[in-house]
Design a protein around this ligand. Structure first.
Ligand SMILES: Nc1ncnc2c1ncn2[C@@H]1O[C@H](COP(=O)(O)OP(=O)(O)OP(=O)(O)O)[C@@H](O)[C@H]1O
Ligand SMILES: [Mg+2]
Length: 558
């Protein structure tokens, strides 16, 4: 069973509620069950010259309809708590997972939680729509089959064989559509990420043939999305064959089987009319609706649940503590062995078998074009992602500064002390000095000045400085900076790196400016297809793409 369906099952409401819905659904189908049999008997009674008996049989349909309508009323009341229970269960699991993720990455959670809530509501609406549609398809289908068998088992078989073939074909098509739909969603996601990456790189590479490069990359992405969508449409087109097999062939086979039986007198005209009533009024609409719902809403639901299962499956902060971080060998701050990672089983792997040893006090620069995997590596080192292969050993006292600078509402002091509650005022003032925050401190009215949410007195660069100062004050002996100085003036990088490494700390910088490579002890270079590690001078000598990166950057700088 896939992760999405497991998540749905884990939040399934009380069996009593399910049983109540099933029971009222069965009663609701009484008119469908009675219709064919009553029509058959009414016709035969009329042919035999007994109009009062025919009227009674037709009256039975009317009574069944009244009972069915009362059951429908009860059914809606029984279904509502079922769907709401499911929504509550899903909401608890997924919002908890989302908050755990936000707590670990330090990212603001409001937008992510809102998105999760919207997706859970979408699941609730889809489940409710699927339940309502299945109620009006699966139960009538079963009813029509029982009615046909009661009427005449030869006619029953004539319908059951093509119907069973249609259902078998549909049960093969649905998982295939889910796989193709999921693939198409992943292609769309990757295309979106790629477009953002290309647009971000273009200004820096303009004049170096970047326009043609960007166009080629985007066209390749668009082609992949189109090919994936086409595969979905092809599977969808096969639905028509299921409808023909399950809704049209049964009518034909009832007529074909009836002709010889009518001739030899072993079948009454009423039974034939009753059987066609079942096929035309119950079976055919139910098959069409079943195919549309199982190939449409159900597929959408499974794909959506898969995504929510990823969110719900994220371990909470408590399980991170439980997972004792494995320590690196003596003398090393970080050790990666055969590290492999892919965001999803179907996605292209971001890392395949990376080995890296970072000595204590070493400065490592990570370079590469957008989307090649630098942040993913940083998140793996920080323990925010779990490797799909190999091992990560890192010092326990590691501070990760993500690409987004998160300053929270509170005083400047609270923001700075977040990871170092015992730092004294002298140390805080030193941090303000080192990270160029003295001006901001004055503007806010000192360390106890309040920073409001979305405070316009703070520029984006100020936020980066606050976050850097917070990391510098922390007791971490390994600091991982993911493009954390991207908005600061060019000259500031070197001083900031020096401030971090001065105390013998290990520093890993995901670089947005390539000159950091010249100051680092080791460079990790993502060239788009593989990862190379070594000293800056050795990579310049031995790697063409690395040399190109530096010459492009030099050209751009001029
Ligand atoms: N949460 C995610 N789910 C699925 N794919 C992701 C996710 N985050 C990143 N990716 C994909 O993984 C690949 C590596 O992304 P990553 O963010 O590590 O690149 P990067 O080198 O840091 O790029 P940038 O320089 O733009 O920050 C990209 O193809 C990206 O689309
Ligand atoms: Mg990144």
């Amino acid at each position: 069973m896939n992760a999405g369906l497991r998540l749905l099952r884990s939040t399934t409401p009380a069996p009593r509620r399910l049983a109540r819905v099933a029971a009222w659904s069965a009663v609701e189908c009484l008119p469908a069950l009675v219709s064919g049999v009553s029509v058959a008997h009414a016709v035969d009674a009329l042919v035999a010259g007994r109009p009062s008996a025919a009227t009674l049989w037709l009256g039975a349909i009317a009574v069944a309809m009244v009972v069915g309508a009362a059951a429908t009323r009860r059914l809606y009341a029984a279904m509502s708590p079922l769907v709401e229970d499911l929504r509550d269960g899903l909401m608890t699991a997924t919002v908890r997972g989302t908050l755990a993720e936000c707590a670990r990455t330090g990212r603001p959670g409001a937008a992510t939680v809102t998105q999760t809530i919207e997706q859970v509501d979408q699941v609730r609406n889809l489940v409710s729509a699927v339940l309502r549609s299945f109620r009006s398809t699966v139960v009538p289908l079963a009813t029509a089959c029982v009615g046909l068998l009661l009427l005449d088992n030869r006619l029953g078989l004539a319908v059951l064989v093509p119907l069973a073939a249609a259902l078998a074909l549909q049960s093969l098509l649905v998982p295939r559509t889910v796989r193709r739909q999921r693939r198409a969603a992943l292609e769309q996601e990757a295309f979106g990420a790629d477009t953002a990456a290309v647009l971000a790189d273009l200004p820096a590479l303009r004049g170096l043939g970047a326009d043609a490069w960007g166009r080629k990359r985007l066209l390749a992405g668009a082609d992949s999305v189109a090919a994936a969508e086409l595969r979905v449409v092809r599977t969808t087109a096969l639905r028509q064959s299921v409808i023909a097999l399950g809704a049209h062939i049964p009518l034909l086979s009832v007529l074909l089987v009836s002709l010889p039986l009518l001739r030899d007198g072993s079948l009454s005209a009423g039974a034939v009319i009753g059987a066609t009533t079942y096929v035309l009024t119950v079976l055919a609409p139910a098959v069409s609706s079943f195919v549309a719902v199982s190939g449409g809403w159900v597929v959408e639901l499974v794909v959506l649940l898969d995504r929510l299962a990823l969110v719900a499956g994220r371990p909470g902060p408590e399980s991170r503590d439980a997972r004792t971080p494995s320590r690196p060998t003596q003398g090393y701050a970080v050790e990666l062995r055969g590290l492999a990672f892919a965001y999803r089983p179907e996605s292209r792997p971001v890392l395949t078998g990376l080995d890296l040893q970072v000595r204590r006090g070493e400065h490592v620069a990570v370079l590469g074009a957008s989307g090649t995997g630098k942040s993913t590596l940083a998140r793996l080192v920080a323990g925010l992602e779990t490797p799909t292969g190999g091992t990560v050993h890192a010092s326990e006292r590691l501070c990760f500064v993500p690409q987004e600078a998160y300053v929270f509402a509170g005083t400047l002091r609270e923001n700075l002390l977040h990871l170092a509650p015992t730092a004294d005022d002298d140390r805080l003032r030193e941090a303000l000095e080192v990270f160029g925050l003295a001006g901001l401190g004055d503007r806010l009215g000192g360390l106890d000045g309040e920073i409001r949410s979305r405070d316009e007195r703070l520029t984006a660069a100020d936020r980066q400085r606050v976050v850097l100062a917070r990391a510098w004050l922390s007791p971490a002996d390994v600091v991982v900076l993911d493009e954390a100085t991207s908005l600061l003036p060019v000259g500031d990088d070197e001083a900031i790196e020096a401030a971090f490494t001065a105390g013998g700390r290990t520093l890993v910088t995901i670089a947005h400016r390539v000159d950091v490579a010249g100051r680092a002890d080791t460079v990790v270079f993502f060239d788009g297809s593989s990862v190379h590690t070594g000293r800056h001078v050795d990579l310049l000598d031995g790697h063409g793409a690395y040399r190109d990166l530096h010459s492009h950057a030099a050209l751009y700088a001029h």
